[in-house]
Ligand binder design. Sequence first.
Ligand SMILES: [Zn+2]
Ligand SMILES: [Zn+2]
Length: 116
Amino acid sequence: MDNRNVIFRSSCGANAQRIADDAVSDNVDPHNPIADVISYQSQLEKIRLKKEKRRLESENQSLKEEITCKQCHKHEIEMVFLPCGHVITCESCGTKARICFSCKQVIKGIAKFYSA
Ligand SMILES: [Zn+2]
Ligand SMILES: [Zn+2]
């Protein structure tokens, strides 16, 4: 038994749990098996969160691509071509277009669309 434990054991109250922990580690194992389980679980949780982060990043990326102008790949999609109804360009690309970039129909009109 080392001096540190003797000191803890001679004190009382707040150190009671600490003394109990020391008693376990004195008798059984150099490291606490419960702490091992907890660190294992937190490792699993970290891995799970990393995977989730990657999934959300790729989902976010594909959602961004989905709302990005298919012509200039810079601005958000804002225009709908009529009559075909394709929604694929930003305002500046849409106003310049004469045929739909997707179905090649002649554009008779364009309209700005708003979500919500
Ligand atoms: Zn554009
Ligand atoms: Zn079209």
